[in-house]
Structure formats: C-alpha cells, structure tokens
Design a binder for this molecule. Structure first.
Ligand code: SAH
Ligand code: SF4
Length: 343
C-alpha cells in the first residue's frame, strides 16, 4: 500500500498517530514546524526528534515534495521553473521581475479540465490536482530562486500558472493557509491573487469562507455570447451569475476584484466591446487588467495591435475605469500566461 503523505495530516491526526505509537503528542507541532516553516523534504533533517522517531516516521510516511526539473531564463529576466511531482507529472512556475518587485506565478493543477479556446494548458487536459504541499513547495522553491537570481524574496504571488484554482478548492486554500501562516511562510494574504475562469458557486464559497486574498476573474468578454465562444465554462456560469457571485464575494470580504481581459484582434477589441465592459464595471467593483495575448499554436485568435490596445484602454479610462495594461513577459521561453504546457 502506498504510504500517506505526512503533509496531508492535520495537527490533530498527527497527535493521534503519535499517541498510538507511545510518543509525545507535542512532537506533532515540532514535526509540522519542520514540514512547513522549515520546509524539510526528508525526515533526517528533523534533528530535534529522536533517531528512532525519525526512522518510524520514514517507515510510515512520505513527504511528496517537488523536485526542480528544469530552469529557463528569458532575455527579459523572467525565469521559468519546471517541477517534477512524485508521480512524474510536470508542472511549471514562473518568476516575473519588474522594476522593484518580483511576482511568482504558481500552478494549482497539472493541466486543466476547462478547455478555454486560447490557452495551451487547456489543450493538455487535466492530469490531476496538486496537493497543498506541492503548491506550497512551488512558493518555497521560487522564493529561493528569486533570492538567488534577483537578491530579493517574492513581493506577490499569483495563481495564474497551470490549472483552475477553484476546481482544486480545498488544497489551494490549505496551501494559502500555510503560505500566509506564521507557522509557514508568513506572507501576507494581500500579496496573493487567485485567478479564476469563473465558477459562480465557488466564488460565493470564497466569500463564505472569508478569504483574505484577492480575486481575479478571467473575463475576456463582457458579452455573454462571445464569452461562451472562447470559454465553455461560461455556458454553465454565465456573466449574470458571475456578477452576482462577485458582488457577494466583495460584500463578504471587502477584497479587491480584477477583471482580466485579453484583447483578441477583431473579436473583443471594438468600441462596442469596451462599452459592454464599462457597463459591467458599473455592476461590479472591479478594475481591469488588459492582457497581451501570447500566441498559442493552432489557435485562430491573434492579439490586437498596439494601437487598438491603447484606444481600448484609453476609452475605459475616460469612462472612469481603473485600467492596467500587462504586457507579455518571458515569451521566448514559453513562460507567459497561457503558454505553460510542458511542450
Ligand atoms: N485557470 C485560471 C488561472 C490560470 S490562467 C484562469 O483561467 O483564470 C491565468 C490567466 O492567463 C487567465 O486570465 C487566462 O485567461 C490567461 N491566459 C490563458 N492563455 C493565455 C494566453 N495564451 N495569453 C495570455 N493570457 C492567457
Ligand atoms: Fe484552464 Fe485557465 Fe487555461 Fe482556461 S485559461 S484552460 S481555466 S488554465
């Protein structure tokens, strides 16, 4: 029988296990401190535990940690790290340095089950959900690399790598809990953004769970018919349902909401599209991130011209919308949004 991953055990479960084995319950806290705060990847490292206890743990459990598999650096300074999971699946995380800060982009699943028509991750289908420890490890390893490469830790973490975070709800929240905890990495939840393709029921659940991180919705069109054309998830989660869910989330948490909007040439970049987006922004307290499309092979959509992008952003701004334009980074190493697919 496969051994349990010890990081899947709660403090309580560990205490019970230790008690059964005639060990002291308080050792559970020490073990968890090694597992999370000190991100130990082996039981030998746990030097304040007796040798027999370390041996027993190694007999009964595994620590399914990530292994660095490949590091690629872009000419613009972006670094992509590929990680191997214990079952040989591969996932990717990205470091994006800007003037004064480093943002890490992490994955929540190996692959994705929601085949958005423009996204390379969607094309590779879902392999499996990541465990909380695997999400956590990405942050640990990306932090280490960030300090090595840029001399500074992470300023922001975005769940914009592979996968749909809300379809791995429990593990994503458990990982964020540890990332933000004093007993973990102690990174403020305000520095974390979870990006979702929009699952209304789960957005509401985030509100009920009173999460402290920020939320981004991959909108890409404020027109319900158009959005369904590029994002099949919109059929079961249409824009009116998302509006209701986002307002619920905002009322419950007070947290910021961002609409992500990729501009596709001749598809969603007209004045009419901008007007529909402005109308939507009047229904939800959200700002807009305009994203440059990164070409994916075999996709019929192309990115809009710079001129159109500026006109679109300008029109939103004139209408009082807070807009940021996010130009693509790390394209030469396929590290950009929506290009993560382990070619
Ligand atoms: N599944 C989540 C988070 C991962 S995708 C979501 O869809 O929100 C992160 C962001 O990258 C999303 O806004 C997504 O729409 C965008 N994206 C996907 N493919 C892209 C591409 N080829 N170029 C630019 N952005 C892309
Ligand atoms: Fe999945 Fe997000 Fe890509 Fe859509 S855009 S296929 S939800 S990773």
């Amino acid at each position: 029988m496969a051994k349990n991953d010890i990081r899947e055990f709660t403090l309580n479960q560990l205490e019970e296990y230790l008690e059964q084995k005639d060990e002291k319950r308080f050792r559970a806290k020490q073990i968890q401190e090694w597992l999370w705060k000190k991100s130990a990847h082996s039981f030998e490292q746990m030097t304040n535990l007796s040798l027999p206890l370390r041996k027993m743990l190694a007999e009964d459990f595994v620590i399914n940690s990530l292994k660095e598999d490949l590091v690629q650096e872009s000419e613009d300074g972006t670094i992509k790290m590929r990680f191997k999971l214990f079952d040989d699946n591969l996932i990717e995380g990205v470091l994006i340095p800007s003037k004064a800060r480093v943002t890490a982009c992490v994955s929540s699943q190996a692959g994705c089950s929601l085949d958005c028509r423009f996204c390379a991750t969607g094309f590779m289908k879902l392999k499996r959900n990541l465990f909380a420890g695997e999400i956590y490890d990405q942050v640990v390893l990306l932090t280490k690399k960030s300090i090595e490469a840029y001399g500074q830790p992470l300023a922001n973490i975005v769940f914009m790598g592979m996968g749909e975070p809300l379809l791995n709800y429990k593990n994503v929240l458990a990982a964020i809990d540890k990332i933000t905890s004093e007993n973990g990495l102690n990174i403020s939840a305000k520095r974390i953004t979870v990006s979702t393709s929009g699952i209304a029921k789960l957005i509401k659940k985030l509100g009920d769970d009173g999460v402290r991180f920020e939320l981004a919705l991959s909108l890409h069109s404020a027109n319900n018919i158009k959005r369904s054309k590029i994002m099949p998830i919109n059929d079961s989660n249409p824009i009116p349902d998302l509006v209701e869910a986002l307002n619920y989330f905002h009322e419950k948490t007070g947290n910021k909401i961002t609409f992500e909007y990729i501009l596709f040439d001749g598809f969603n970049d007209s004045v009419q599209d901008a007007r529909e987006l402005i109308d939507l922004c009047n229904k939800v307290p959200a700002m807009v991130n305009i994203i440059e499309y990164n070409t994916v092979e075999g996709v019929p959509y192309k990115k809009s011209s710079e001129k159109k992008r500026e006109a679109f952003a300008g029109y939103l701004e004139q209408n009082g919308i807070v807009v940021k334009v996010r130009l693509s980074r790390g394209k030469d190493i396929d590290a950009a949004c929506g290009q993560l697919a382990n070619k």
